[in-house]
Design a protein around this ligand. Structure first.
Ligand SMILES: Nc1nc2c(ncn2[C@@H]2O[C@H](COP(=O)(O)OP(=O)(O)OP(=O)(O)O)[C@@H](O)[C@H]2O)c(=O)[nH]1
Ligand SMILES: Nc1nc2c(ncn2[C@@H]2O[C@H](COP(=O)(O)OP(=O)(O)OP(=O)(O)O)[C@@H](O)[C@H]2O)c(=O)[nH]1
Ligand SMILES: [Mg+2]
Ligand SMILES: [Mg+2]
Lengths: 284, 295
């Protein structure tokens, strides 16, 4: 490589195109590149590589603004006894909720935690079986519905009750995929949360978002924040060609930090979110 | 909406007399922004707006009573022409069984679609058979069995899946079974796969070569963003596609992925999936899709 790469009008266009291609959105891409251009002017930046590194830093900084820590400390009940940390996993259809729970169970089991999973998707074909398979692989016990088509809130309740009984460290609750435009289903989710909270506070509500999603990811973040109180994002399928750049706007609009990323269909393909690595992958 | 944006742009230009090329440029920029906001892939936006620009420079706009509306009309016409231009019915084999292969990214809606398509074909008097060739995703075979039961369509599932069995062989055997038992359509469900996964793209190609399908349907989530172009290209080159199914249209995504996929592959969108129920399945309507993208 060696020499510096000079900056011309094409450079700005290419940078903006790269951001658009990464699903940052036309508006955010324009804003970032305009800001970068002003900064480059002030600082007399001459080398394109310096521009890229400044852009990476700007992106990484924005994405790090919310605390990415997972809050899994076990809360205490009124008598001071430890309750399990309850995690609700939510999101639209097919994004990777059930798979993520399997990966997360494995990750937590490896840390010596006792993990239980609740199969509160009582709607979709073979959802319980799929979760049970993942739970077994992940070293977690599964709480299944007692009857077909059981109210999901009731299954979630039973899973938490069982987790308390068994002194589980963490209870992960799988829910059915639901498009945020379905008011009845979003109400159902609020109800699942309320019912669970009768037994234990909810430690985390993980919203699973698919990296291949376009602008709709922002609407999803807002809706799941409003109806389920989402506290963290899991961005899946980053092992593909999609960059998931919409999370920048999602963070801006909904303020939900990205906590985890899914990078494959294997049980170990779940990593902590790293803003620098994400920015590097997006900008190059 | 595009209509509102362009009306604002043209109001700004009104009373200027002739529209200049620069005026058209600002109009085209608005269109570009609207399409990007609707998730149309960048390369497709560039090609599409270039075509619009050519038309917008002509008399139909400069002599129009309402140039803004005329431009919107042009965009809508061009969009409908691309989305619906090669629209057609499902290809049926001259000698049964007709083989339909489903392919696409993880979670797009293939397995559910197998049930919907089977049910719709059965209602038309066909005798479909669903083939469980996703032997990888946990309990995918069980999922297809349950869906088949709900749809009232038989399922060919000789292998348990969960890593056990060869999808190429199951696909081939399903076609033999259909011939033997007189099913006139075989719908092959496959595992979701990434366009960048060379090994799995090769597997999809081998499944295709083994069964010589009459249709290879690319199932894509309507909310897919910029990646729709790269993924459509990968599946077009890796497996070969004859048609497209757009899923989860019951959401509120604008659906620009529809334009991206058709532009990149030339394959027509045959169907729209509009919900999780087995009857949430319809023929694709290009005019409705155009209005949705431009909304
Ligand atoms: N490549 C890749 N595939 C993934 C990832 N996470 C999940 N998947 C796949 O995505 C598909 C859907 O995953 P599920 O876990 O069933 O998704 P879900 O959100 O539970 O789906 P519903 O319950 O139907 O809404 C499966 O084929 C998974 O293997 C990931 O990080 N990378
Ligand atoms: N709302 C809605 N959900 C859909 C639609 N089509 C499928 N789904 C849901 O999307 C999720 C994924 O569907 P699947 O049929 O498992 O998708 P798939 O492509 O087979 O997934 P993989 O086998 O993992 O690649 C399920 O929750 C389905 O019920 C649709 O048109 N609308
Ligand atoms: Mg699930
Ligand atoms: Mg499937």
């Amino acid at each position: 490589f060696g020499g510096s790469r000079p900056i011309d009008e094409q450079t700005w266009e290419q940078l903006e195109d790269a951001l658009i291609l990464g699903d940052l959105g036309a508006e955010a891409s324009e804003r970032l590149v305009a800001g970068l251009r002003a900064q480059a002017e002030r600082l007399q930046v001459r080398d394109e590589r310096d521009l890229r590194s400044m852009l990476r830093d700007a992106l990484a900084e924005e994405l790090s603004e919310n605390d990415p820590t997972l809050h899994l400390r076990r809360p205490a009940d009124a008598e001071g006894r430890a309750l399990p940390a309850v995690v609700l996993v939510v999101g639209v259809n097919g994004v990777g909720k059930t798979t993520t729970i399997g990966k997360f169970a494995r990750f937590l089991s490896r840390l010596g935690k006792r993990v239980m999973v609740g199969a509160a998707d009582t709607f979709r074909a073979a959802a319980v079986e799929q979760l049970a398979t993942w739970a077994e692989r992940g070293g977690a016990e599964v709480v299944r519905p007692e009857r077909a088509g059981q109210d999901p809130a009731s299954v979630a309740y039973q899973a938490v009750a069982h987790g308390i009984e068994e002194n589980a460290d963490v209870v992960l609750i799988d829910t059915a995929g639901r498009l945020q435009t379905k008011a009845g289903l979003m109400d159902e989710l609020s109800k699942i949360r309320r019912v669970v909270e009768k037994l234990a506070p909810v430690a985390e509500v993980l919203l699973v978002l698919d990296a291949t999603t376009g602008r709709n990811g922002i609407a999803q973040a807002e809706a799941f924040l409003n109806h389920a109180g989402a506290t963290g994002i899991v961005l899946t399928k980053l092992d593909g060609s999609a960059k998931g750049g919409f999370v920048l706007s999602a963070r801006e609009e909904a303020g939900i930090p990205i906590k985890l990323i899914g990078v494959g269909e294997g049980i170990d393909d779940l990593h902590a979110f790293n803003a620098e690595a994400f920015a590097r992958d997006l900008v190059g | 909406s595009l209509s509102e944006r362009l009306t604002a742009t043209f109001a700004h230009l009104r009373g200027k007399g002739r529209l200049t090329a620069a005026d058209i440029d600002s109009t085209v920029r608005e269109i570009r922004r609207a399409l990007l906001d609707a998730d149309v892939a960048l390369e497709v936006v560039k090609a599409f707006t270039a075509a619009i620009r050519t038309r917008a420079l002509g008399k139909e706009v400069s002599e129009a009573l309402n140039p803004a509306q005329q431009v919107v009309k042009i965009v809508d016409e061009e969009l409908v022409s691309v989305l619906g231009g090669s629209t057609r019915r499902l290809h049926l084999a001259k000698v049964p069984p007709t083989v339909i292969l489903l392919a696409g990214l993880q979670g797009a809606g293939k397995t559910t679609l197998a049930g919907k398509l089977g049910r719709a074909l059965a209602a038309e008097g066909h005798t479909p058979l669903l083939a469980a060739c996703d032997l990888q995703r946990p309990d995918a075979v069980t999922q297809l069995r349950v869906i088949g039961e709900q749809a009232g369509v038989p399922v060919f599932a000789p292998e348990p899946g969960n890593g056990v069995g060869d999808p190429v062989r199951v696909a081939r055997d399903a076609v033999v079974e259909a011939g033997a038992k007189q099913y006139d359509v075989v719908i092959v469900d496959t595992a979701g796969r990434l366009g960048v996964d060379a090994e799995l793209m090769d597997q999809a190609k081998r499944i295709r070569e083994a069964v010589q399908p009459d249709e290879v349907l690319f199932v894509i989530d309507a909310m897919t963003g910029q990646d729709a172009a790269a993924t459509a290209r990968a599946f077009r080159d890796g497996v070969g596609l004859t048609g497209v199914v757009l899923s989860k249209l019951d959401g509120d995504t604008r659906g620009g992925a529809a334009l991206s996929v058709v532009s990149v592959t030339g394959a027509p969108i045959l169907y729209a999936s509009t919900g999780e129920g087995l009857d949430d399945f319809e023929v694709f309507h290009p005019d409705r899709m155009s209005r949705r993208i431009l909304d």
